[in-house]
Design a protein around this ligand. Structure first.
Ligand code: ADP
Ligand code: MG
Length: 485
Protein backbone atom coordinates (compact mmCIF):
# COMPACT_ATOMS: atom_id res chain seq x y z
CA UNK A 1 0.00 0.00 0.00
CA UNK A 2 1.21 3.50 -0.85
CA UNK A 3 0.47 6.10 1.82
CA UNK A 4 -0.01 9.83 1.55
CA UNK A 5 0.85 12.00 4.54
CA UNK A 6 -1.44 14.92 5.48
CA UNK A 7 -0.28 17.62 7.88
CA UNK A 8 -1.85 20.77 9.30
CA UNK A 9 0.10 22.99 11.70
CA UNK A 10 -1.04 25.14 14.58
CA UNK A 11 1.65 27.59 15.66
CA UNK A 12 1.60 29.59 18.87
CA UNK A 13 3.57 32.78 18.38
CA UNK A 14 4.21 34.91 21.43
CA UNK A 15 3.72 38.56 20.56
CA UNK A 16 6.36 41.20 21.30
CA UNK A 17 4.22 43.49 23.46
CA UNK A 18 5.69 44.87 26.70
CA UNK A 19 2.72 43.77 28.78
CA UNK A 20 0.13 41.01 28.87
CA UNK A 21 -2.85 40.69 26.61
CA UNK A 22 -5.44 41.68 29.24
CA UNK A 23 -3.34 43.23 32.03
CA UNK A 24 -0.43 45.60 32.55
CA UNK A 25 1.98 42.97 33.96
CA UNK A 26 5.33 42.51 32.19
CA UNK A 27 5.93 39.53 29.90
CA UNK A 28 9.74 39.70 30.18
CA UNK A 29 11.21 36.17 30.05
CA UNK A 30 13.24 34.73 32.90
CA UNK A 31 11.84 36.56 35.97
CA UNK A 32 11.62 34.78 39.34
CA UNK A 33 8.46 32.63 39.51
CA UNK A 34 5.20 34.46 40.22
CA UNK A 35 6.72 37.96 40.25
CA UNK A 36 5.00 38.95 37.02
CA UNK A 37 1.45 37.85 37.71
CA UNK A 38 -0.89 40.68 38.70
CA UNK A 39 -4.39 40.28 40.17
CA UNK A 40 -5.89 39.98 36.67
CA UNK A 41 -3.51 37.16 35.76
CA UNK A 42 -4.17 35.49 39.11
CA UNK A 43 -7.93 35.75 38.49
CA UNK A 44 -8.65 37.34 41.84
CA UNK A 45 -12.33 38.11 42.40
CA UNK A 46 -13.64 41.29 40.80
CA UNK A 47 -10.91 41.87 38.23
CA UNK A 48 -11.69 42.62 34.59
CA UNK A 49 -9.59 42.08 31.47
CA UNK A 50 -8.63 45.09 29.34
CA UNK A 51 -7.54 44.48 25.74
CA UNK A 52 -3.92 45.30 24.86
CA UNK A 53 -3.99 47.49 21.73
CA UNK A 54 -0.45 46.46 20.74
CA UNK A 55 -1.44 42.78 20.59
CA UNK A 56 -4.33 43.61 18.24
CA UNK A 57 -2.05 45.69 16.01
CA UNK A 58 0.41 42.82 15.72
CA UNK A 59 -2.41 40.52 14.64
CA UNK A 60 -3.47 43.12 12.04
CA UNK A 61 0.12 43.31 10.74
CA UNK A 62 0.23 39.55 10.38
CA UNK A 63 -3.11 39.48 8.57
CA UNK A 64 -1.97 42.17 6.14
CA UNK A 65 1.33 40.40 5.48
CA UNK A 66 -0.37 37.13 4.48
CA UNK A 67 -3.20 38.70 2.48
CA UNK A 68 -5.88 37.62 4.95
CA UNK A 69 -9.20 39.20 5.83
CA UNK A 70 -9.07 41.24 9.03
CA UNK A 71 -12.41 40.76 10.75
CA UNK A 72 -14.27 44.02 11.27
CA UNK A 73 -15.65 42.51 14.40
CA UNK A 74 -14.21 39.51 16.20
CA UNK A 75 -15.22 37.89 19.46
CA UNK A 76 -13.33 36.66 22.51
CA UNK A 77 -14.56 33.40 23.95
CA UNK A 78 -13.94 31.42 27.10
CA UNK A 79 -12.40 28.00 26.59
CA UNK A 80 -13.25 26.19 29.81
CA UNK A 81 -11.05 23.52 31.30
CA UNK A 82 -9.47 22.74 34.64
CA UNK A 83 -5.73 22.74 35.04
CA UNK A 84 -3.60 23.98 37.95
CA UNK A 85 -1.77 26.52 35.77
CA UNK A 86 -5.04 28.12 34.66
CA UNK A 87 -6.35 30.09 37.65
CA UNK A 88 -9.53 31.38 35.99
CA UNK A 89 -10.64 27.89 35.00
CA UNK A 90 -10.88 29.10 31.42
CA UNK A 91 -8.60 30.53 28.77
CA UNK A 92 -9.65 33.66 26.90
CA UNK A 93 -9.31 32.84 23.22
CA UNK A 94 -11.20 33.40 19.99
CA UNK A 95 -13.39 30.66 18.69
CA UNK A 96 -16.16 31.28 16.19
CA UNK A 97 -14.96 34.63 14.84
CA UNK A 98 -11.15 35.04 14.85
CA UNK A 99 -9.44 38.33 14.07
CA UNK A 100 -7.49 37.01 11.05
CA UNK A 101 -9.26 34.83 8.47
CA UNK A 102 -7.69 33.07 5.48
CA UNK A 103 -4.46 34.19 3.84
CA UNK A 104 -1.49 32.23 2.49
CA UNK A 105 2.18 31.64 3.21
CA UNK A 106 4.48 30.81 0.26
CA UNK A 107 7.99 29.47 0.39
CA UNK A 108 10.64 27.90 -1.83
CA UNK A 109 11.37 24.23 -1.28
CA UNK A 110 13.86 21.75 -2.71
CA UNK A 111 12.25 18.69 -4.21
CA UNK A 112 14.04 16.15 -6.37
CA UNK A 113 16.94 18.55 -6.95
CA UNK A 114 14.60 21.32 -8.09
CA UNK A 115 13.42 24.40 -6.22
CA UNK A 116 9.68 24.88 -6.32
CA UNK A 117 7.40 27.44 -4.74
CA UNK A 118 4.74 26.01 -2.41
CA UNK A 119 1.76 27.88 -1.00
CA UNK A 120 0.01 26.86 2.21
CA UNK A 121 -3.51 28.09 2.86
CA UNK A 122 -4.14 29.45 6.33
CA UNK A 123 -7.44 28.85 8.04
CA UNK A 124 -7.18 31.54 10.66
CA UNK A 125 -5.08 33.32 13.23
CA UNK A 126 -6.60 34.23 16.56
CA UNK A 127 -5.57 36.11 19.66
CA UNK A 128 -5.48 34.33 22.99
CA UNK A 129 -3.76 34.31 26.35
CA UNK A 130 -1.12 31.80 27.40
CA UNK A 131 -1.48 29.71 30.56
CA UNK A 132 1.03 29.48 33.43
CA UNK A 133 3.60 26.73 33.78
CA UNK A 134 3.84 23.69 36.01
CA UNK A 135 7.36 23.03 37.27
CA UNK A 136 7.90 19.37 38.01
CA UNK A 137 11.60 19.50 38.88
CA UNK A 138 13.39 20.50 42.09
CA UNK A 139 10.26 20.66 44.20
CA UNK A 140 10.94 17.68 46.50
CA UNK A 141 8.39 15.48 44.81
CA UNK A 142 5.87 18.28 44.48
CA UNK A 143 4.90 20.35 41.48
CA UNK A 144 5.28 24.13 41.53
CA UNK A 145 3.14 26.56 39.57
CA UNK A 146 4.67 29.65 37.96
CA UNK A 147 2.00 32.06 36.76
CA UNK A 148 4.36 34.56 35.11
CA UNK A 149 3.37 33.30 31.69
CA UNK A 150 -0.38 33.47 32.40
CA UNK A 151 -1.89 36.15 30.19
CA UNK A 152 1.05 36.40 27.78
CA UNK A 153 -0.34 37.40 24.36
CA UNK A 154 -0.33 34.70 21.70
CA UNK A 155 -1.35 34.66 18.07
CA UNK A 156 -2.30 31.09 17.18
CA UNK A 157 -1.83 30.55 13.46
CA UNK A 158 -3.69 27.60 11.96
CA UNK A 159 -3.17 26.08 8.50
CA UNK A 160 -5.42 23.97 6.35
CA UNK A 161 -4.28 20.33 6.11
CA UNK A 162 -2.17 21.33 3.09
CA UNK A 163 1.25 19.85 3.76
CA UNK A 164 2.30 16.46 2.44
CA UNK A 165 5.63 15.72 4.13
CA UNK A 166 7.62 16.53 7.25
CA UNK A 167 10.08 18.46 5.07
CA UNK A 168 7.27 20.60 3.70
CA UNK A 169 5.90 21.26 7.19
CA UNK A 170 9.36 22.37 8.31
CA UNK A 171 9.76 24.61 5.26
CA UNK A 172 6.41 26.22 6.06
CA UNK A 173 7.30 26.66 9.73
CA UNK A 174 10.62 28.27 8.78
CA UNK A 175 8.88 30.65 6.36
CA UNK A 176 6.35 31.56 9.03
CA UNK A 177 9.12 32.07 11.58
CA UNK A 178 10.98 34.30 9.17
CA UNK A 179 7.82 36.32 8.47
CA UNK A 180 6.80 36.97 12.09
CA UNK A 181 10.34 37.92 13.08
CA UNK A 182 10.65 40.08 9.96
CA UNK A 183 7.49 41.91 11.01
CA UNK A 184 8.85 42.13 14.56
CA UNK A 185 5.58 40.83 16.01
CA UNK A 186 7.35 37.81 17.59
CA UNK A 187 10.97 37.44 18.71
CA UNK A 188 11.03 33.90 17.32
CA UNK A 189 13.00 32.51 20.26
CA UNK A 190 12.10 28.85 20.12
CA UNK A 191 14.06 27.76 23.21
CA UNK A 192 12.10 30.24 25.30
CA UNK A 193 8.86 29.00 23.76
CA UNK A 194 8.04 32.14 21.77
CA UNK A 195 7.32 30.06 18.67
CA UNK A 196 5.96 26.53 19.16
CA UNK A 197 4.20 24.21 16.78
CA UNK A 198 1.54 21.54 17.17
CA UNK A 199 1.54 19.12 14.25
CA UNK A 200 -1.70 17.44 13.17
CA UNK A 201 -0.77 14.30 11.29
CA UNK A 202 -2.77 11.70 9.41
CA UNK A 203 -2.15 9.20 6.62
CA UNK A 204 -4.41 7.88 3.87
CA UNK A 205 -3.98 5.45 0.99
CA UNK A 206 -2.84 7.32 -2.13
CA UNK A 207 -5.92 8.12 -4.19
CA UNK A 208 -8.36 8.16 -1.27
CA UNK A 209 -10.38 11.40 -1.09
CA UNK A 210 -11.24 11.47 2.63
CA UNK A 211 -8.61 12.30 5.18
CA UNK A 212 -7.51 9.70 7.68
CA UNK A 213 -7.92 10.13 11.43
CA UNK A 214 -5.38 12.59 12.78
CA UNK A 215 -3.26 12.80 15.88
CA UNK A 216 -1.96 16.06 17.22
CA UNK A 217 1.65 16.15 18.42
CA UNK A 218 2.00 19.05 20.83
CA UNK A 219 4.59 21.67 21.69
CA UNK A 220 7.41 21.11 19.24
CA UNK A 221 9.87 23.88 19.98
CA UNK A 222 12.56 23.27 17.37
CA UNK A 223 12.49 22.63 13.63
CA UNK A 224 14.41 19.41 14.16
CA UNK A 225 11.87 18.08 16.68
CA UNK A 226 9.05 19.09 14.36
CA UNK A 227 10.54 17.06 11.53
CA UNK A 228 11.43 14.05 13.71
CA UNK A 229 8.08 14.02 15.48
CA UNK A 230 6.12 14.05 12.22
CA UNK A 231 8.26 11.32 10.68
CA UNK A 232 7.87 9.11 13.75
CA UNK A 233 4.16 9.73 13.95
CA UNK A 234 3.73 8.88 10.26
CA UNK A 235 5.64 5.64 10.71
CA UNK A 236 3.63 4.75 13.81
CA UNK A 237 0.30 5.33 12.07
CA UNK A 238 1.25 3.36 8.96
CA UNK A 239 2.51 0.42 11.02
CA UNK A 240 -0.60 0.51 13.17
CA UNK A 241 -2.94 0.44 10.16
CA UNK A 242 -0.91 -2.19 8.31
CA UNK A 243 -1.06 -4.40 11.41
CA UNK A 244 -4.84 -4.20 11.23
CA UNK A 245 -5.23 -1.48 13.86
CA UNK A 246 -6.93 1.86 13.70
CA UNK A 247 -5.65 5.37 14.52
CA UNK A 248 -7.57 7.01 17.34
CA UNK A 249 -7.80 10.79 17.46
CA UNK A 250 -5.68 11.92 20.37
CA UNK A 251 -3.09 14.37 21.59
CA UNK A 252 0.45 12.99 21.68
CA UNK A 253 3.79 14.19 23.01
CA UNK A 254 7.13 13.80 21.28
CA UNK A 255 9.98 12.44 23.37
CA UNK A 256 13.21 13.53 21.65
CA UNK A 257 15.36 11.20 23.78
CA UNK A 258 13.39 8.06 22.98
CA UNK A 259 12.57 9.48 19.54
CA UNK A 260 8.92 8.47 19.72
CA UNK A 261 5.53 10.03 20.25
CA UNK A 262 3.32 8.84 23.07
CA UNK A 263 -0.25 9.38 24.04
CA UNK A 264 -0.94 12.31 26.35
CA UNK A 265 -4.73 12.39 26.39
CA UNK A 266 -7.62 11.53 24.15
CA UNK A 267 -8.58 14.50 22.05
CA UNK A 268 -11.26 16.75 23.48
CA UNK A 269 -14.04 17.78 21.16
CA UNK A 270 -14.81 21.47 20.95
CA UNK A 271 -17.99 20.86 22.96
CA UNK A 272 -15.93 19.61 25.89
CA UNK A 273 -14.61 23.15 26.30
CA UNK A 274 -18.09 24.71 26.48
CA UNK A 275 -16.95 27.74 24.51
CA UNK A 276 -19.06 30.85 24.97
CA UNK A 277 -18.46 34.58 24.31
CA UNK A 278 -16.64 36.21 27.20
CA UNK A 279 -19.09 38.66 28.76
CA UNK A 280 -16.20 40.69 30.21
CA UNK A 281 -14.89 41.70 26.78
CA UNK A 282 -16.84 43.62 24.14
CA UNK A 283 -16.48 42.58 20.50
CA UNK A 284 -13.14 43.66 19.02
CA UNK A 285 -13.91 46.25 16.32
CA UNK A 286 -11.25 47.08 13.75
CA UNK A 287 -12.11 49.84 11.30
CA UNK A 288 -10.53 50.54 7.92
CA UNK A 289 -8.77 53.62 9.32
CA UNK A 290 -7.05 51.56 12.01
CA UNK A 291 -5.93 48.99 9.44
CA UNK A 292 -4.60 51.81 7.22
CA UNK A 293 -2.59 53.27 10.11
CA UNK A 294 -1.06 49.89 10.94
CA UNK A 295 -0.27 49.27 7.28
CA UNK A 296 1.49 52.62 6.91
CA UNK A 297 3.81 51.77 9.80
CA UNK A 298 4.72 48.29 8.52
CA UNK A 299 8.21 47.43 7.24
CA UNK A 300 8.75 46.42 3.62
CA UNK A 301 7.74 42.77 3.31
CA UNK A 302 10.08 40.01 2.13
CA UNK A 303 8.19 39.47 -1.13
CA UNK A 304 8.38 43.15 -2.06
CA UNK A 305 12.05 43.31 -1.15
CA UNK A 306 12.79 40.24 -3.24
CA UNK A 307 11.19 41.83 -6.29
CA UNK A 308 13.06 45.06 -5.65
CA UNK A 309 16.41 43.24 -5.39
CA UNK A 310 15.71 41.60 -8.75
CA UNK A 311 14.66 44.86 -10.43
CA UNK A 312 17.16 47.28 -8.90
CA UNK A 313 20.19 45.04 -8.42
CA UNK A 314 19.70 42.62 -11.29
CA UNK A 315 19.71 39.58 -9.02
CA UNK A 316 18.29 36.23 -10.09
CA UNK A 317 15.09 34.97 -8.48
CA UNK A 318 17.10 32.46 -6.49
CA UNK A 319 19.69 34.96 -5.20
CA UNK A 320 16.95 37.40 -4.26
CA UNK A 321 15.04 34.65 -2.42
CA UNK A 322 18.10 33.57 -0.43
CA UNK A 323 19.03 37.13 0.51
CA UNK A 324 15.52 37.92 1.77
CA UNK A 325 15.26 34.83 3.96
CA UNK A 326 15.57 37.03 7.02
CA UNK A 327 15.31 40.72 7.57
CA UNK A 328 18.78 40.85 9.11
CA UNK A 329 20.30 39.20 6.03
CA UNK A 330 18.44 41.52 3.63
CA UNK A 331 19.39 44.58 5.68
CA UNK A 332 23.07 43.62 5.67
CA UNK A 333 23.03 42.93 1.95
CA UNK A 334 21.33 46.21 1.18
CA UNK A 335 23.84 48.14 3.31
CA UNK A 336 26.64 46.31 1.49
CA UNK A 337 25.33 47.26 -1.94
CA UNK A 338 24.68 50.85 -0.85
CA UNK A 339 28.29 51.16 0.28
CA UNK A 340 29.87 49.21 -2.60
CA UNK A 341 27.69 50.58 -5.39
CA UNK A 342 24.97 48.91 -7.44
CA UNK A 343 27.54 47.81 -10.04
CA UNK A 344 28.91 45.46 -7.35
CA UNK A 345 25.49 43.99 -6.47
CA UNK A 346 26.12 40.59 -8.04
CA UNK A 347 29.64 40.33 -6.58
CA UNK A 348 28.16 41.29 -3.21
CA UNK A 349 25.46 38.62 -3.53
CA UNK A 350 28.07 35.97 -4.35
CA UNK A 351 30.10 36.95 -1.31
CA UNK A 352 27.05 36.89 0.96
CA UNK A 353 26.04 33.43 -0.20
CA UNK A 354 29.63 32.17 -0.30
CA UNK A 355 32.32 33.33 2.11
CA UNK A 356 30.06 35.26 4.49
CA UNK A 357 27.54 32.46 4.75
CA UNK A 358 30.16 29.78 5.44
CA UNK A 359 31.93 31.97 7.99
CA UNK A 360 28.62 32.51 9.80
CA UNK A 361 27.91 28.81 9.64
CA UNK A 362 31.32 27.88 11.06
CA UNK A 363 31.00 30.43 13.86
CA UNK A 364 27.38 29.42 14.52
CA UNK A 365 26.20 33.04 14.56
CA UNK A 366 23.55 35.01 12.71
CA UNK A 367 24.37 37.83 10.32
CA UNK A 368 23.55 40.57 12.83
CA UNK A 369 26.40 39.25 14.99
CA UNK A 370 28.91 39.11 12.11
CA UNK A 371 32.25 40.62 13.19
CA UNK A 372 32.75 42.21 9.75
CA UNK A 373 30.47 45.20 9.13
CA UNK A 374 28.78 45.74 5.76
CA UNK A 375 30.84 48.90 5.15
CA UNK A 376 34.10 47.04 5.84
CA UNK A 377 33.15 44.26 3.44
CA UNK A 378 32.18 46.87 0.82
CA UNK A 379 35.75 48.23 0.86
CA UNK A 380 37.10 44.72 0.34
CA UNK A 381 34.83 44.28 -2.70
CA UNK A 382 35.99 47.65 -4.01
CA UNK A 383 39.59 46.41 -3.81
CA UNK A 384 38.66 43.42 -5.95
CA UNK A 385 36.86 45.67 -8.43
CA UNK A 386 39.73 48.15 -8.76
CA UNK A 387 42.29 45.38 -9.20
CA UNK A 388 44.21 45.96 -5.96
CA UNK A 389 43.73 42.31 -5.02
CA UNK A 390 42.39 39.20 -6.71
CA UNK A 391 39.24 37.45 -5.57
CA UNK A 392 41.45 34.69 -4.20
CA UNK A 393 43.55 37.02 -2.06
CA UNK A 394 40.31 38.77 -1.01
CA UNK A 395 39.20 35.52 0.60
CA UNK A 396 42.36 35.53 2.72
CA UNK A 397 41.84 39.17 3.66
CA UNK A 398 38.23 38.44 4.57
CA UNK A 399 39.37 35.58 6.80
CA UNK A 400 41.78 37.92 8.57
CA UNK A 401 39.06 40.57 8.97
CA UNK A 402 36.75 37.97 10.48
CA UNK A 403 39.35 36.56 12.88
CA UNK A 404 40.63 39.92 14.20
CA UNK A 405 37.80 42.38 13.84
CA UNK A 406 38.29 46.07 14.56
CA UNK A 407 36.01 49.05 14.07
CA UNK A 408 38.35 50.53 11.44
CA UNK A 409 36.45 51.56 8.31
CA UNK A 410 39.61 50.81 6.29
CA UNK A 411 40.23 47.39 7.84
CA UNK A 412 40.55 45.71 4.43
CA UNK A 413 43.21 48.22 3.30
CA UNK A 414 44.99 47.94 6.65
CA UNK A 415 45.36 44.18 6.21
CA UNK A 416 46.29 44.38 2.51
CA UNK A 417 49.07 46.87 3.35
CA UNK A 418 50.28 45.20 6.53
CA UNK A 419 50.58 41.81 4.82
CA UNK A 420 51.83 43.19 1.50
CA UNK A 421 48.99 41.60 -0.45
CA UNK A 422 48.62 44.21 -3.15
CA UNK A 423 48.25 42.59 -6.53
CA UNK A 424 51.28 42.92 -8.80
CA UNK A 425 49.98 44.74 -11.88
CA UNK A 426 53.27 46.33 -12.86
CA UNK A 427 54.17 44.82 -16.27
CA UNK A 428 57.90 45.30 -15.72
CA UNK A 429 57.82 43.39 -12.44
CA UNK A 430 55.63 40.65 -13.88
CA UNK A 431 57.90 40.25 -16.93
CA UNK A 432 60.93 39.78 -14.71
CA UNK A 433 59.11 37.05 -12.84
CA UNK A 434 57.93 35.37 -16.05
CA UNK A 435 61.46 35.38 -17.46
CA UNK A 436 62.73 33.64 -14.34
CA UNK A 437 59.92 31.07 -14.47
CA UNK A 438 60.53 30.34 -18.17
CA UNK A 439 64.25 29.90 -17.57
CA UNK A 440 63.61 27.47 -14.74
CA UNK A 441 60.94 25.48 -16.60
CA UNK A 442 62.37 24.84 -20.03
CA UNK A 443 60.64 21.47 -20.22
CA UNK A 444 57.16 23.02 -19.89
CA UNK A 445 58.06 25.63 -22.46
CA UNK A 446 59.02 22.94 -24.96
CA UNK A 447 55.88 20.95 -24.22
CA UNK A 448 53.78 24.03 -24.83
CA UNK A 449 55.54 24.75 -28.12
CA UNK A 450 54.92 21.16 -29.24
CA UNK A 451 51.18 21.72 -28.73
CA UNK A 452 50.51 20.73 -25.10
CA UNK A 453 48.05 23.38 -23.92
CA UNK A 454 48.23 22.12 -20.36
CA UNK A 455 51.84 23.22 -20.05
CA UNK A 456 50.63 26.81 -20.21
CA UNK A 457 48.66 26.41 -17.02
CA UNK A 458 51.66 24.84 -15.32
CA UNK A 459 53.71 27.92 -16.18
CA UNK A 460 50.96 30.26 -14.88
CA UNK A 461 50.90 28.20 -11.71
CA UNK A 462 54.63 28.59 -11.27
CA UNK A 463 54.45 32.35 -11.80
CA UNK A 464 51.58 32.65 -9.30
CA UNK A 465 53.57 30.64 -6.81
CA UNK A 466 56.56 32.92 -7.31
CA UNK A 467 54.37 35.94 -6.48
CA UNK A 468 52.56 34.18 -3.59
CA UNK A 469 49.34 34.49 -5.56
CA UNK A 470 49.63 38.23 -5.94
CA UNK A 471 50.08 38.49 -9.70
CA UNK A 472 47.20 40.06 -11.55
CA UNK A 473 45.87 36.91 -13.27
CA UNK A 474 44.58 38.56 -16.45
CA UNK A 475 47.77 40.50 -16.96
CA UNK A 476 49.95 37.52 -16.19
CA UNK A 477 48.13 35.38 -18.76
CA UNK A 478 48.47 38.06 -21.39
CA UNK A 479 52.17 38.65 -20.78
CA UNK A 480 52.98 34.95 -20.75
CA UNK A 481 51.14 34.46 -24.07
CA UNK A 482 53.18 37.26 -25.57
CA UNK A 483 56.48 35.84 -24.29
CA UNK A 484 55.72 32.40 -25.67
CA UNK A 485 54.79 33.92 -29.01
P1 ADP B 1 -8.65 21.58 16.83
O1 ADP B 1 -9.04 23.01 17.04
O2 ADP B 1 -9.44 20.63 17.59
O3 ADP B 1 -7.18 21.36 17.02
P2 ADP B 1 -9.14 21.93 13.94
O4 ADP B 1 -10.25 21.34 13.15
O5 ADP B 1 -9.14 23.38 14.12
O6 ADP B 1 -9.03 21.18 15.32
O7 ADP B 1 -7.81 21.51 13.20
C1 ADP B 1 -6.60 21.76 13.73
C2 ADP B 1 -5.53 21.46 12.70
O8 ADP B 1 -5.62 20.13 12.25
C3 ADP B 1 -5.60 22.32 11.47
O9 ADP B 1 -4.28 22.79 11.20
C4 ADP B 1 -6.05 21.38 10.38
O10 ADP B 1 -5.51 21.73 9.14
C5 ADP B 1 -5.50 20.07 10.85
N1 ADP B 1 -6.23 18.89 10.38
C6 ADP B 1 -7.56 18.70 10.38
N2 ADP B 1 -7.86 17.48 9.91
C7 ADP B 1 -6.68 16.87 9.62
C8 ADP B 1 -6.32 15.57 9.13
N3 ADP B 1 -7.22 14.65 8.85
N4 ADP B 1 -5.01 15.30 8.97
C9 ADP B 1 -4.08 16.21 9.27
N5 ADP B 1 -4.35 17.42 9.74
C10 ADP B 1 -5.65 17.76 9.93
MG1 MG C 1 -5.52 22.05 18.13
Amino acid sequence: MQWEVVIGLETHTQLTTASKIFSGASIQFGAAPNTQACPVDLALPGVLPAMNRGAVERAIQFGLAIGATIAEESIFARKNYFYPDLPKGYQISQYEIPVVQGGTVSFAMERGGKTEVRTVQLTRAHLEEDAGKSLHEDYHGMTGIDLNRAGTPLLEIVTEPDMRSAAEAVAYAKALHSLVTWLGICDGNMQEGSFRCDANVSVRPVGQAEYGTRCEVKNLNSFRFLEEAINHEVRRQIELIEDGGRVVQETRLYDPDKRETRSMRSKEDAQDYRYFPDPDLPPLRIGADWIARVKAAMPELPGAMRTRFMNDFGLSDYDAAVLTQSKALATYYEALVTAAGVSQAKLAANWMMGDVSSALHRAGVEIDAAPVAAGQLALLLARIADGTISNKIAKEVFGAMWEAPTASATLADDIIDAQGLRQISDSGALETIIDAVLAANQKSVEEFRSGKEKAFNALIGQAMKATKGKANPAQLTELLKKKLG
